[in-house]
Design a protein around this ligand. Structure first.
Ligand code: ADP
Ligand code: ZN
Length: 809
C-alpha cells in the first residue's frame, strides 16, 4: 500500500496535511486533486507528498481522482508549503492560490451500474430499487441529481445507498462544469446582389433616407459580412438604421462566435528587438548565462524610467523562449499598464496571456487551462500571476519590484509576490529579474551583499533629446509663510504654472492623500510631533483629542504651542484631492482641470479614459494621487508640482522615508519626457530631509546610504523581520484587553524559551483604528525567526497575523 499526504479543503485542516491510503485502482501523483473522506463528508484535497508509510495508524482511502492531470507542479507544491509555513496561513489557502479559478465548485455525484454478480437475485430488490437499477443501466452514468428529479430526493438517496452497499452500483465524483459562454458578435451582411443594393441605395437617397442609403452603399462594397462594430464606426450610424435595412430584406444579421483573445491585437504590429545599448548588452549577457546554467539566480536591474529596462525584459524573455523555456512577468497594477502590455503583445504576438480580475470566472478558467497547456510564452499579470501554471518556467520578471501592491495584506495568505517568486524560482531553477528605478532598500541591500547580482542601466535611451532628467526645485514652505503666502501654491509653483499654461503646455499636480490630516505640524518651523521612543509621527485622535503613537501606544495631549519655536501655529495638515481641485479652480480659473484618484476611477475603463483625455490635451492640469506616478508617457507635460511631500514623509511607519523617495522619484520621472524638457517643484516643510534631497538630485545611492544606516541603527528590516498581529472587535475596551492578554502570552513564551532576539512592541491602536465598525489593536514583533516562534501559538478568531507587513494597516 502507498500513502498520500493530502491538503484537505476544510477550515479545520489548518496548516497540516492528512494521510490517506492509495487504493490500488488509483494512479496518484503529487499535485493531483482528489476526493477524500473527511469526517462524514467527502472533500476536495490536493496530494502534496507520496509516502511508503502513513503519518497515523488508521488511514482511510482516497475516494477518487478529480482530474487525472496534476493541478500543481512539484515546484508549486513546495511553494504552497512554504507560504503556509512562512505566512502561517491554512495550507489549503496556499494551495488554492494555484488551483484553476472556480476550483471550489460543487461536486456532482454520479451513479453507474456495476457488473451484475452471478448469484444476483433480482427478486431480492423491491420494485422501486429494481426500476432505479434498470434506469441506471440504461443511462450508463447518471448524476445523482437526475435520479433525485425522477424519484424524489429521499427515495433516490435510499435506493442508491442500497444499490451501492450491495455492490450493484458505484458512485463517482466530478466537479460541476464551468460554463464558458462563447462570445457572440453581430455581423451585418448584404441579402441582395451588390448591383441591386446600389439601385436601392439610390432610391433611398431620393426618398431622403440618407443614412440607410449610405449604409447600403457601404455594404455593397464589401465582399463578406462585417462585424457591426466596424460597420458602425465606418458609417457612423446607429443600429436602428441597420434594422431598417433588415426589415426591407436588404440586409441581415448573423451572430458569429469569436475566439477569445486575452489581448486585443487590434492596432498592434509585431515588433523586432532593438539593437541593445552597451549597458543593455551587458545586462542581457549576464541574464543569458544564468538561463544557460538553469540556476535560480536573481538579478536586480536598476535604471530610471526610460533607461530601457522593458527592452531588457523583452529580450531576456526571448532568450528564455529560445532555450525552450517560458516566462512570467509581474506588473504592479494591470489596469495602469496598457502601454506595457501592448509592447509585450507586439514582441510575442498571440503568445502572451494577460491575467486580470476583470475576466469572468469562465474566462479565467479558460485562460488557466490554456496556460497549463503551454499555449503562451509569456504570462503577464498582477501579483497573483506568480501562481499561473506556466510550464517550463525559466524566467520570472518583476517590474517595479519595490511596489507595495505585490504584498497581499487584505486576506490570507498574506504573501509577498516577490518572495513567492524567489521561492518558486529556486524550486524550479528559474532566473529572476527584479526591475526598478528605485529598488526596495531591502532588495538593494541584498544586491550589495551579493545575494543578488546588480545590473545597472545608468541613463535614458530615448533618442528624442538626449533627455536629461528634469530639473527639480525644492520649495521651503516655511519661507512662504514668512513671506505672507498662505495659499497652497508657493510663489515658485504658481509662477511656473502660469508660464506653462500660457505656453499651452500641461501640468500635473501631485498629492499623496493617504494618511493626510492625521499628523500635526507647526506651520512656522515645520516641526512634526513625534514619539520620543519610536521616532514615528504621533497621530491625532479626534475622539479623545490626543496624540497617539501607533507603535507603542504613548499618548499625549495636543500642545497649545510648538515645543520648538513656541509659536501658536500648531496645525492639523489635512488636504485631499477634491480640496486641491477647488483651490486650483480658484487660483487658475481658466485652466481645464482633470482629477485622477480612486474616487474618480471606479468604472471599468476610466483609468484609460482619463489618461486618453489628458493625453489628447483635453485638459491642462491633471490633479491626482500616487496613481499618476505610474509609467505614463506624456510629452506635453513640462511641469510637475508636488503640492506636499510631507504627507508621505509623516506616515507613522519606518518606511516613510523610502516611500517618499520612491514617490518623488517616480513623479519627477513624469516631467520632461518630451522635447520641451521639464521641471519638477516639490513643496515641503522639511527641505533638508535626506529622502527629499536625494529625490531632487536623482541620487539613489545617497538615499540608500542614509536609509540603510537608519535601518541598522533602529533595528528595522532588512536587519530583522517584523510581524503585525491585529485583533479586531466591535468593542474597543475588549479589543484592548485581548491584545494585552496576547502580549502576556507571547512574553511568557519568549521568556520560557529563552529567546533573546524577539522584541514585542505594543499593543497599540492600529493606524486604522476603526475599520468597518470594528476596532483594531496591534502588536508588532521584531526578530529573525518569527514564523517558527508564532507557529504553535493559538490565535482565537478575530486575530490576523501578517508576516513581513508593509505599511500601516
Ligand atoms: P524603461 O522600461 O526603463 O522605462 P524602456 O524599455 O521602456 O525603458 O525604454 C524607453 C524607451 O527607449 C522606449 O521608447 C524604448 O522603445 C526605447 N529603447 C529601449 N531600448 C532601446 C534601444 N536599445 N535602442 C533604441 N531605443 C530603445
Ligand atoms: Zn512610540
Amino acid at each position: 500500500m502507498r500513502y498520500a499526504e493530502v491538503s484537505v479543503n476544510s477550515p479545520v485542516a489548518q496548516r497540516r496535511t492528512f494521510s490517506y491510503a492509495i487504493p490500488p485502482s488509483l494512479d496518484i501523483d503529487v499535485g493531483q486533486a482528489v476526493w477524500v473522506p473527511f469526517g462524514d463528508k467527502l472533500l476536495q484535497g490536493i496530494v502534496l507528498e507520496l509516502k511508503p508509510q502513513p503519518e497515523v495508524e488508521e488511514t482511510r482511502e482516497i475516494a477518487g481522482v478529480i482530474e487525472p492531470r496534476p493541478l500543481l507542479s512539484p515546484a508549486q507544491v513546495s511553494l504552497a508549503q512554504w507560504i503556509s509555513r512562512h505566512y502561517l496561513s491554512p495550507l489549503f489557502d496556499a494551495v488554492a492560490l494555484m488551483l484553476p479559478p472556480g476550483f471550489e465548485r460543487r461536486m456532482v455525484t454520479f451513479i453507474s451500474a456495476a457488473p451484475t454478480p452471478d448469484d444476483f437475485d433480482p427478486s431480492a430488490l423491491n420494485a422501486e430499487t429494481r426500476q432505479a437499477l434498470e434506469l441506471i443501466k440504461k443511462q450508463g452514468k447518471t448524476s445523482l441529481r437526475k435520479l433525485e428529479k425522477t424519484l424524489g430526493k429521499k427515495k433516490a438517496q435510499t435506493v442508491v445507498s442500497q444499490l451501492v452497499s450491495q455492490g450493484l452500483a458505484v458512485k463517482s465524483y466530478e466537479l460541476e462544469r464551468i460554463k464558458v459562454k462563447p462570445k457572440m458578435v453581430p455581423y451585418l451582411r448584404l441579402e441582395v446582389t451588390a448591383t441591386k443594393a446600389r439601385q436601392e441605395a439610390a432610391r433611398l437617397n431620393q426618398k431622403g433616407a440618407k443614412k440607410q442609403a449610405a449604409l447600403l452603399e457601404f455594404l455593397a462594397q464589401q465582399t463578406e459580412p462585417l462585424p457591426w462594430a466596424e460597420v458602425s464606426k465606418n458609417i457612423n450610424c446607429g443600429k436602428a438604421v441597420a434594422d431598417a435595412l433588415v426589415k426591407k430584406g436588404l440586409a441581415g444579421w448573423e451572430q458569429v462566435k469569436v475566439i477569445r483573445e486575452p489581448i486585443s491585437y487590434q492596432g498592434i504590429t509585431p515588433s523586432q528587438p532593438l539593437a541593445p545599448t552597451t549597458a543593455q548588452r551587458s545586462a542581457l549577457a549576464a541574464i543569458k548565462s544564468s538561463l544557460d546554467d538553469g540556476k535560480d539566480k536573481v538579478f536586480l536591474l536598476r535604471g530610471v524610467t526610460g533607461s530601457g529596462k522593458t527592452e531588457v525584459y523583452l529580450q531576456a524573455l526571448a532568450e528564455a523562449v529560445k532555450r525552450g523555456k517560458r516566462g512570467i512577468v509581474l506588473v504592479p497594477e494591470i489596469a495602469l499598464t496598457p502601454q506595457t502590455i501592448a509592447r509585450f503583445a507586439a514582441r510575442f504576438p498571440h503568445k502572451v496571456a494577460v491575467l486580470h480580475s476583470k475576466l469572468s470566472l469562465g474566462e479565467q478558467f479558460d485562460e488557466w487551462q490554456r496556460i497549463r497547456d503551454g499555449e503562451f510564452e509569456v504570462v503577464i499579470g498582477p501579483r497573483s500571476a506568480v501562481f499561473a501554471p506556466q510550464p517550463d518556467l525559466g524566467l520570472i520578471v518583476i517590474d517595479e519590484e519595490h511596489e507595495w501592491t505585490y504584498k497581499q495584506h487584505e486576506q490570507s495568505p498574506r504573501y509577498h509576490a516577490r518572495d513567492a517568486a524567489l521561492k518558486l524560482a529556486s524550486a524550479c531553477g528559474a532566473t529572476v529579474v527584479l526591475g526598478s528605478a528605485t529598488p526596495d532598500v531591502e532588495s538593494f541591500y541584498r544586491a550589495q551583499r551579493g545575494d543578488y547580482q546588480l545590473l545597472s542601466l545608468p541613463e535614458r535611451v530615448t533618442p528624442r533629446d538626449g533627455s536629461a532628467l528634469p530639473r527639480v526645485e525644492v520649495v521651503d514652505l516655511r519661507e512662504e509663510l514668512k513671506a505672507g503666502n498662505w495659499s497652497l501654491f508657493s510663489r515658485s509653483l504658481s509662477e511656473a504654472m502660469n508660464r506653462a499654461l500660457a505656453r499651452e503646455e500641461q501640468v500635473i499636480l501631485f498629492l499623496n492623500r493617504r494618511g493626510a490630516s492625521t499628523f500635526i505640524q507647526c506651520r512656522v518651523c515645520g516641526l512634526v510631533l513625534r514619539c520620543q521612543r519610536c521616532q514615528v509621527p504621533l497621530t491625532y485622535h479626534l475622539a479623545e483629542n490626543s496624540l497617539v503613537c501607533h507603535q507603542c501606544n504613548y499618548r499625549t495631549a495636543v500642545p497649545q504651542s510648538c515645543p520648538r519655536c513656541q509659536r501658536r501655529r500648531i496645525k492639523f495638515l489635512g488636504l485631499g484631492t477634491q480640496k486641491l481641485e477647488q483651490e486650483v479652480e480658484y487660483a487658475f480659473p481658466t485652466a481645464r482641470r482633470l482629477r485622477w484618484d480612486s474616487d474618480a476611477t471606479r468604472g471599468k475603463h476610466s483609468h484609460d479614459e482619463i489618461l486618453k483625455k489628458f493625453h489628447s490635451h483635453q485638459a491642462d492640469i491633471l490633479i491626482g494621487t500616487q496613481m499618476i506616478a505610474k509609467g505614463l508617457d506624456l510629452p506635453l507635460v513640462t511641469l510637475v508640482g508636488v503640492v506636499s511631500a510631507d504627507t508621505a514623509l509623516n506616515l507613522p511607519d519606518f518606511r516613510a522615508g523610502e516611500r517618499t523617495f520612491q514617490l518623488l522619484s517616480q513623479v519627477a520621472g513624469r516631467a520632461g519626457r518630451g522635447s520641451r524638457g521639464g521641471k519638477v517643484i516639490i513643496q515641503t516643510y522639511a527641505p533638508e530631509h535626506y529622502a527629499i534631497q536625494a529625490a531632487a538630485a536623482h541620487d539613489y545611492a545617497s538615499f540608500y546610504e542614509q536609509e540603510i544606516d537608519y535601518r541598522r541603527q533602529l533595528h528595522n528590516p532588512p536587519f530583522t523581520r517584523l510581524a503585525g498581529l491585529t485583533y479586531s472587535h466591535a468593542n474597543d475596551a475588549l479589543c484592548q484587553r485581548e491584545a494585552e492578554r496576547m502580549r502576556r502570552v507571547l512574553k511568557q513564551e519568549i521568556e520560557s524559551q529563552g529567546i533573546a532576539d524577539i522584541e514585542l512592541i505594543g499593543p497599540a491602536p492600529a493606524f486604522i483604528h476603526r475599520l468597518r465598525g470594528r476596532f483594531r489593536w496591534q502588536i508588532i514583533l521584531r526578530g529573525l525567526k518569527l514564523s517558527a516562534f508564532l507557529s504553535p501559538i493559538a490565535f482565537p478568531p478575530g486575530w490576523t497575523v501578517d508576516i513581513d507587513p508593509l505599511g500601516m494597516v
